[in-house]
Design a protein around this ligand. Structure first.
Ligand SMILES: C[S@@+](CC[C@H](N)C(=O)[O-])C[C@H]1O[C@@H](n2cnc3c(N)ncnc32)[C@H](O)[C@@H]1O
Length: 234
């Protein structure tokens, strides 16, 4: 048995009860070190822990696949929710084991941000640049989202200098594409543990530096009016 589970972004309090049960009953628990650290207190003493990083993830997932095929109960722990900026890792798990793998959702940093910043999912689009491959379709989509008067919740790309697309790069790119520098913009760091928040305009964001563990909200300049029924006069 192998299952991929999401563990809330940073704090074990955001792990689902089902996720906690799966970890408590696992023979093998695998994941990136920062994520395993969140759930460490639940991992049984006798369980095998497979810790990986960006460079050795394929080899380590192969080790996990061997244990799965030997009949061990394996849990691969993902940061936040698997279904936002986690699918490429899921693909690697499935490639390692050779078949589709069940997933259990977690709470995403995007959900925590939406709750802190009070934005409604219905009027907001989620985009991640934290992925391998061509980012240009996602960059274009972000421009369209803002042109279409929706909010955007954006996970930046923190990797090497050549590829990184952090909030200051994103802000500069959007303004080059003709997006107004006046968009209210927020950058939230380390949500659920020692949080920091920054508020300004898109133009100011181009000058604001933040850590890798950041998520960005770009608000529309034209928020939708309420569409609920008129209040009854009292
Ligand atoms: C590979 S993505 C995974 C996102 C994750 N699947 C989720 O649902 O939150 C990792 C990036 O998510 C963002 N992130 C994850 N947890 C965060 C947190 N607690 N606070 C702020 N940003 C976070 C950071 O930009 C981080 O580099």
């Amino acid at each position: 048995m192998i299952i991929c589970i999401g563990a809330g972004p940073g704090d074990i309090g955001y792990l689902t009860q089902r996720g906690a049960d799966l970890i408590r009953n696992a023979d093998v628990v695998a994941g990136f070190e920062a994520v395993l650290n969140v759930v460490r207190s639940l991992i049984p003493a006798q369980a095998q822990v497979i810790t990986m990083g960006y460079r050795d993830q394929v080899a380590k997932l192969d080790e996990c696949a061997v244990e799965h095929h030997a009949g061990k109960k394996c849990v691969v722990v993902f940061m936040g929710d698997i279904h936002f900026s986690g699918f490429q890792y899921l693909e690697r798990v499935e490639r390692a084991v050779g078949h589709p793998v069940e997933s259990l959702p977690g709470i995403s940093s995007a959900q925590i941000l939406a709750s802190r910043a009070k934005v409604c999912f219905d009027e907001t689009t989620f985009i991640t640049f934290h992925r391998r491959g061509d980012l240009s379709p996602f960059k274009r989509h972000l421009v369209h989202v803002l042109q279409d008067q929706r909010n955007a919740i954006v996970i930046p790309c923190p990797w090497d200098e050549a590829r990184s697309f952090m909030p200051w790069h994103i802000a500069a790119y959007l303004m080059e594409q003709g997006i107004s520098p006046e968009h209210p913009t927020e950058v939230w760091e380390n949500l659920t543990r020692g949080e920091a928040e920054w508020h300004g305009t898109l133009a100011e964001c181009a000058q604001h530096k933040c850590s890798d563990m950041s998520i960005m909200l770009i608000r529309t300049l034209a928020p939708m009016a309420s569409q609920i029924e008129p209040a009854e006069s009292k």
